[in-house]
Every structure is written in structure tokens, then in C-alpha cells.
Design a protein around this ligand. Structure first.
Ligand code: NAI
Length: 797
């Protein structure tokens, strides 16, 4: 082709990146990789290997070890042996190691980028400019948190050995998202890469050695889902961090329920990309390219549902089609390629099947006129129009370069369509009207909202989902809490004090404790929708004092009562929209009204439990209401300084309707300690008071009634804790369940929460001393009552 012809057509010539250095690196390992345990390469005990294949040409790249149970055992053992010393290092020492890893990644960035492209099929432009620089950024950013841990997270320590399971769409980046915060906080890890894309994790293993990390701190277990299952099941693994499909996420939740293992899940999405009629349409077209054709659309937060305002839809779709004609699909190592290869035949088959189903269900398919390469696993960019909101392609994650478009007329319809999915990972909004964008952003149920931008990621911004997109955050300060727990020695000391107190109480002469006891009184009803309601069952339960004498009766709530209570709580959702100041006022008012009746409550508690610290319990309950009144307008979130021309605003948002099962200890204080943070953050609650001593909570109805708490914000159902917990945990309209009962009950709650992947917070075996200001209140409660939404907005030049 002559220069004149090139000027005429402006076509790109090939600009291939050399594969040779990556191939040489594979050859150095004789084309076969063992497992990385204790900083050594260890052959898999069963001697099984499988091929990792280049999806662009179908050729095997290397043989990868399949870890079996003996291997997982060895890796976990190595991690467990290394953990105390790693956590015991000064934060500065861990910071130095993480920084060294960041430097190693930078030093090897070209090799890693090429290797990633060969193994995954993603364009070299993306691995070179995005994946690998972000990997280095993650290690550098978390080096900083290691340095600051003791100052910024006092009272917290590492969880222990963490099992991490990652997918194939961003192999090394997902590794960094998982390993960097875990190591920074003093955990050691066993990481299992996805079976399609293990090579960069194995290259990373070499960097671990190069950076001089102590043996056992990072262990890499390759293999398919069976290896993942073994890791999840291992009793010495204290936490599982998973990114992948919703289906496997559910399996892991099932396997870990009741084991006491911590869990974070980052699952799929069907994220909306919303274009309002006043958007800069050309910018929005480029946004669409980045949203759905970046990484072949194999992105959990891909903007796969285009929602465009009806009056600009034809124009916008025409511009998209024009742009699609110019996209280039082909050899991923070519620097002029926009869309590379699909990771594996099974994934390509899934995309094809879903596209066929879209056509069958009546949607209109459009693809560019040019021919897609037929050698290798390629799929052309695809646009669907005339899509019904309930169509399979509008609901199911396709995980390919397929855009599904729908129209809307008004902003409220856009919000409705955007939220019409069980997922809630991300959303992208396009409008030149700041009022509109900032009005819509809080209404979208998603962990990340990008304004006039899309698919932006940074270590300083927490990433994670709402609803069935999972729970937990990766990145930002909020992501650190996934890898720490409250320090054990303090808890143990406090619990010993508590145990001593209980022993003392037991020794108190009953007569003294029961002094001033009110006589047997009326049967307390339930409290639903701001009114006292008779239990559906028509039954009541007798409440007795420690001597077994009947003190009163409470209604025995059942499934129907919980349903009514959830409905009332849902209807009171406007509470989330009230100001923090307003909620603070109501909490202070509750405190004031409780204080007016302090003596009566103290007598009640003494009568119920025989406690000699009843007066202290009431005064602490009043104080606790003040604590959360104080916090209601001060738990602000933060602005992350992501290195972009924008602000990333991390906003804690309420979860919605919460189910709370209270402990038996400290029947009033336990109840208030859980209720107050939940409502302070804007949630509405269905709360089940202490099963043995519910009268302290039923007396509280009158305090609620006189304190301007809007109807439905607090609903109280008395009865059998575990029976009611099961109903709450299985209820689709309950966003989170807090369970403060025995470990067996906690296991049942976790198991029942699998269906809609709701968040749970279970006390399990951990003692909570409600009398202790460190343990019985604090930010942990607020974190558990909120989810962080990160809003990326343009700012500055
Ligand atoms: P997957 O969820 O099966 O695989 C993710 C990881 O989990 C891999 O490392 C795999 O080996 C491991 N794994 C599989 N079964 C396991 C088990 N029972 N216990 C423990 N670990 C297990 O994802 P897959 O099959 O590769 O992709 C299927 C679909 O999942 C995609 O089409 C896409 O819709 C979605 N997906 C979502 C991702 C996300 O980032 N949210 C990433 C990858 C896939």
C-alpha cells in the first residue's frame, strides 16, 4: 500500500508487540509450572497438569499444576506458619515489602503486560496502560496503609490466613486487589488464580521471591474450581475473598455458612449506562466504547445496559453504529486493536447462546459490516435495540461485547429501569446538567456511580456491590476492614471482666435484686408500623424472673408478623432521606424520654435478670443513644484523591430494611446498642428483643411513641429468636441481618441468607460486652449499618 493510499483510507497497519520475552520466560520454566508454596516451586502431589491456552490462536502456552487436597493443605500450613511473624512485623517493614512488590511490578511491567495479553486475549494497549500500572498502584497504595495501620486502625489486627479466589478477566489486577490489602494488614494468603489465566500470578510469585518476602506469606495454588473448593473448605483459612460468578459466590456462601469464616464476595453485574438528552453525545459514545467494549465486555461492572432518553435515542444510536464500524477486533498483541479475544471457548459459546436468545425473544441485533476474524476466539461488538426490560438479555450478565439498549422518557423512569435488576455493582450517568446528575446518583442502587465517565478504577476508591452483586469493598480505607478484626487480647480481657460480673450477679441474694419488682402485668403486644399490634398467632409467652416467677407476657410473633413488620419498615423508607441532623434530634429525644423513666427501666431490668447493674445499664443505654445521635450527622464518608481529574466521593448509605436479633445479655442495653446505630444511619428495622428478657424492650414502645420516631422506622417483634431469625434471613426485602445469639443460630442465619446474598453480621462465639464503651459501641456498628457508594464526578481541569 502506498503512502497516498494510506492517506486515502487512513487504515492502521499492524503494530505488533513482541511476544518473544514472554515466550522466553515460559521456556525458562520448561513450559511447565508447579505450585508456589513457602517461596518454592512444588510439584502437585497428584502430578496433574492442564494447559493454559492463548485464546487468540488456540495454541497451548504452558502446562499448569492442578492443586489437590495435599497441596492446599501444604499451602495453608505454610501461610499459617508465616502469619504471626508477618503480622508481628512493624507496619513500616510490611510497607517496605509492599513497596518492593510495587517496584518489581513496574520493573517487569512489559513482560507482565505481554504475558497477560497472551494468556487472556485482552489487547496489549489495555494490559500495558491499565492493568499493570494499576497493579503497581495497588501495592504502592497499600504499602501506605501498612505504614499507617497502627495509627489509623488502632484496636484492629489481621484476620489470619486468607484464601483468595479470583477470576480470569483481570488476572493480575484482581490478584493485586486481593493480595495488597491482605498483606498490608498482616494476613498471609493462599491465592487461587482462574484456570484460564494463571501465568501472571505465577510470574508474580517470582516477584515475591525477588522482593524478599518471607516464605509462606504469599502462596499461589493453581487449578480449577475443585482447588477453589478445597481452599474454601479448609478449616485453617479464616477468611475467603472471592470474585467471580454469582453462582459460585452462592456456593461459597453455602460452604462457609456457620464456619465462622469471614467472607467477601464481588460478583456479577448488569450495570446501567444512562444517557440523558442534555449529555455531550460524542463523549457519551466514547464512554460506551469504554463501558462495554473494553476488555471484550468481560468486565463485572461493564455498562452493558444502555438507557438512553427517547428524544435523542435515534441520533445517539446512529453515532454508536458509526463508531462501531471503526472498532477493530483482532490480534491482541497488535497495539492498534480495540477488541481482543474472548478468554475461552466456553465463554464464547455462552455469549453466542445469549445473543441467539436475544434474537429469539424479538430484539433487533446490529453488528458492524466488517468481518470478524474467524481464527481464534473473537466476537464482534454487538448492539441490541427493541429490548423489553424483562428480556433475558436485559437481565442476565452476558460478559461479552454485547450492548443492550432501551429508552426512557423521564429521569424517574431512568432510575426505575436502572434499578430493575437484582445486581448493583455500578452505573454511569451522562448529563451536562450537574443538578440532574447529582439528583440521580443517590437514587441508583449501586456501589459505584460514575458521572460523565465510566470504568474508572483506583486503589484509593473502594469497589464492590449492592444487593446480589455481593458484599465487601476492595480498595480505599473501607476495603481494609475486610482484612482486619478487632484485637483479641482486649476482647478477651473485657469478656473476662464480663464473665466475672455475671458470676458476681449470680451470687447476689435474689431478694435484693428483686426489690421493688412490679407485679404481674399486661401482655405486651408487638410494635409494628408505629402501633401496638396483636401477634398473628394469638399466643403469648410467659416471661419469668431468675427465680422462675412469672413477670409478664409478651406476644409470640410468627412469620406473618415478621412479614407485616418488614412491610411497615419498607414503607418507612423515607427515613433514609431524612437529614442526619433530623435523625440525631430523634435519637436525643429518645434518650431524653428514656432518661425520664430511668428508674422504672432499672427496676424492670433488675426484676427480669436479677442484675445489680440495672441502673448502670439504663444510664449507658441513654449514653449510647447520645453516641449515635452524635454520629448521625458525623459519619460522613470521605473524598478519595484518585489520580484523575475528578473527585471520588465515598458516601456511606443505609442498607434499607434491617433485621436485628438481640442478645440475652443486657436486655435493654443490648437492644439499644444495636437499634441506635441502625436507625442513626437511616435504616428501618425489624428488631427481635432478647428472647428471655423481652419486657425491657416492650416497655420501650412508649418511649418510641413519645419521641417522634416515624411509624415503621422501628418495628419490634417478640418471640422465638431463632425461628424469627430464619424468617428475616430468608426474606427478600431485608437487606441485612444482625444476629447476636449462639453460633448454631448464626450458622442458620448465614445459611438462610444465601438466596438473595444478603449481608449478615453474626456475633458467633465472639463475646460482646455491652457495658464496655470500646466494644459495645463504635464505628464497627456504623460500618455494618451502611454500604459505601463511590461517586466519581469531574472536578478541576
Ligand atoms: P467462576 O465463578 O466459575 O470462576 C471464578 C473463580 O472461581 C475461578 O478461579 C474458579 O476456578 C473458581 N471456582 C469455580 N468454582 C468454584 C467453587 N465451587 N469453589 C471455589 N472456587 C470456585 O466464573 P466462570 O465460570 O469463569 O465465568 C462464568 C460467568 O461468571 C461469566 O460468564 C460471568 O458472567 C461471570 N464472571 C463474573 C466475574 C466478575 O468479575 N464478577 C468474573 C468472572 C466471571
Amino acid at each position: 500500500m502506498s503512502v497516498a493510499e494510506i492517506f486515502e483510507t487512513m487504515t492502521y497497519g499492524p503494530a505488533p508487540e513482541a511476544a518473544a520475552p514472554a515466550e522466553a520466560w515460559i521456556a525458562q520454566h520448561n513450559g511447565r509450572f508447579d505450585l508456589f508454596i513457602d517461596n518454592r516451586w512444588v510439584a502437585p502431589r497428584d502430578g496433574v497438569y492442564f494447559d493454559s491456552v492463548n485464546p487468540a490462536n488456540g495454541k497451548p502456552l504452558a502446562a499448569i499444576a492442578q492443586a489437590g487436597s495435599a497441596d492446599v493443605e501444604a499451602a495453608v500450613r505454610a501461610a499459617a506458619a508465616a502469619q504471626p511473624a508477618w503480622a508481628g512485623l512493624p507496619g513500616h517493614a510490611r510497607a517496605r515489602y509492599l513497596y518492593a512488590l510495587a517496584r518489581e511490578v513496574q520493573r517487569q511491567s512489559r513482560l507482565l503486560a505481554v504475558l497477560e495479553t497472551l494468556d487472556n486475549g485482552k489487547p496489549i494497549r489495555e494490559t500495558r496502560d491499565l492493568d499493570i500500572p494499576l497493579v503497581a498502584r495497588h501495592f504502592a497504595y497499600h504499602a501506605g496503609w501498612a505504614q499507617l495501620m497502627s495509627r489509623e486502625l488502632p484496636g484492629y489486627e489481621a484476620v489470619g490466613v486468607v484464601g483468595q479466589i479470583i477470576p480470569w478477566n483481570f488476572p493480575l489486577l484482581m490478584l493485586a486487589w486481593k493480595i495488597a490489602p491482605a498483606l498490608a494488614m498482616g494476613n498471609t494468603v493462599v491465592l487461587k488464580p482462574a484456570e484460564f489465566t494463571s501465568l501472571t500470578a505465577l510470574a508474580f510469585a517470582e516477584l515475591v521471591r525477588q522482593a524478599g518476602l518471607p516464605p509462606g506469606v504469599v502462596n499461589i495454588m493453581t487449578g480449577d474450581g475443585r482447588a477453589g473448593e478445597l481452599l474454601v473448605a479448609h478449616p485453617r483459612v479464616q477468611k475467603i475473598a472471592f470474585t467471580g460468578s454469582t453462582e459460585v459466590g452462592r456456593q461459597i456462601r453455602t460452604a462457609t455458612a456457620g464456619t465462622g469464616k469471614r467472607l467477601s464476595l464481588e460478583l456479577g453485574g448488569k450495570s446501567p449506562f444512562i444517557v440523558f438528552d442534555d449529555a455531550d453525545l460524542d463523549s457519551a459514545v466514547e464512554g460506551v466504547v469504554d463501558a462495554i467494549w473494553f476488555n471484550q465486555g468481560q468486565v463485572c461492572c461493564a455498562g452493558s445496559r444502555l438507557l438512553v432518553q427517547e428524544n435523542v435515542a435515534d441520533e445517539f444510536l446512529a453515532r454508536i453504529r458509526t463508531r462501531m464500524e471503526r472498532l477493530r477486533v483482532g490480534e491482541p498483541l497488535d497495539k492498534a486493536i480495540d477488541i481482543g479475544a474472548i478468554v475461552a471457548p466456553v465463554q464464547l459459546a455462552r455469549i453466542r447462546a445469549l445473543v441467539a436468545q436475544g434474537v429469539e425473544e424479538g430484539a433487533t441485533l446490529w453488528q458492524p459490516s466488517w468481518a470478524c476474524p474467524t481464527e481464534g476466539l473473537f466476537y464482534p461488538p454487538t448492539l441490541f435495540t427493541n429490548v423489553a426490560p424483562a428480556a433475558t438479555i436485559a437481565q442476565v450478565e452476558i460478559f461479552g461485547p454485547v450492548l443492550v439498549s432501551m429508552t426512557f422518557r423521564s429521569p424517574s423512569e431512568a432510575v426505575m429501569l436502572a434499578n430493575n435488576t437484582p445486581y448493583g455493582l455500578a452505573a454511569s450517568l451522562w448529563s451536562e446538567n450537574i443538578n440532574l446528575a447529582l439528583d440521580v446518583a443517590p437514587k441508583i442502587k449501586a456501589g459505584t456511580v460514575w458521572i460523565n465517565s465510566t470504568n474508572l478504577f483506583d486503589a484509593a476508591s473502594g469497589f464492590g456491590g449492592y444487593r446480589e452483586s455481593g458484599y465487601g469493598r476492595e480498595g480505599g480505607k473501607e476495603g481494609l476492614y475486610e482484612y482486619v478484626k478487632r484485637s483479641a487480647p482486649k476482647v478477651r480481657q473485657a469478656s473476662e471482666t464480663r464473665a466475672a460480673r455475671i458470676r458476681e450477679q449470680e451470687e447476689q441474694p435474689r431478694a435484693q435484686a428483686l426489690n421493688g419488682l412490679p407485679p404481674l402485668d399486661r401482655t405486651a403486644k408487638l410494635f409494628i408500623g408505629g402501633k401496638q399490634a396483636r401477634p398473628d398467632s394469638g399466643y403469648s409467652l410467659v416471661v419469668s424472673d431468675p427465680e422462675g416467677r412469672a413477670l409478664g407476657e409478651v406476644g409470640e410473633g410468627n412469620r406473618k408478623d415478621i412479614r407485616n413488620a418488614v412491610e411497615a419498615a419498607h414503607a418507612a423508607g423515607g427515613w433514609a432521606g431524612t437529614t442526619g441532623y433530623n435523625r440525631a434530634q430523634i435519637l436525643y429525644y429518645l434518650a431524653e424520654n428514656l432518661s425520664a423513666r430511668a428508674q422504672e427501666f432499672a427496676q424492670r431490668i433488675a426484676g427480669l435478670t436479677g442484675s445489680d447493674s440495672a441502673a448502670e445499664e439504663v444510664s449507658l443505654a441513654i449514653e449510647r443513644l447520645f453516641t449515635y445521635g452524635a454520629w448521625a450527622d458525623k459519619y460522613d464518608g470521605r473524598v478519595a484523591r484518585t489520580p484523575l481529574r475528578g473527585l471520588t466521593i465515598a458516601m456511606p448509605e443505609p442498607l434499607g430494611v434491617m433485621g436485628i436479633l438481640c442478645p440475652d445479655e443486657a436486655p435493654l442495653l443490648g437492644f439499644i446498642s444495636l437499634l441506635a446505630p441502625a436507625i442513626a444511619m437511616g435504616n428501618t428495622v425489624v428488631i427481635v428483643p432478647s428472647q428471655s428478657y423481652p419486657l425491657a424492650a416492650t416497655d420501650f414502645y412508649q418511649v418510641l411513641e413519645t419521641s417522634d420516631v416515624p411509624a415503621g422506622v422501628v418495628n419490634i417483634v417478640t418471640g422465638n429468636r431463632d425461628g424469627l431469625a430464619a424468617v428475616l434471613a430468608a426474606h427478600d426485602d431485608v437487606a441485612s441481618v444482625w444476629y447476636f445469639g449462639p453460633a448454631t443460630g448464626a450458622a442458620a442465619v448465614e445459611a438462610a441468607s444465601i438466596g438473595n446474598l444478603k449481608r449478615t453480621w453474626c456475633a458467633g462465639e465472639r463475646p460482646f460486652n455491652w457495658f464496655d464503651r470500646e466494644e459495645g459501641e463504635g464505628e464497627e456498628y456504623l460500618r455494618e449499618a451502611t454500604q459505601v457508594k463511590n461517586i466519581w464526578a469531574p472536578y478541576g481541569e
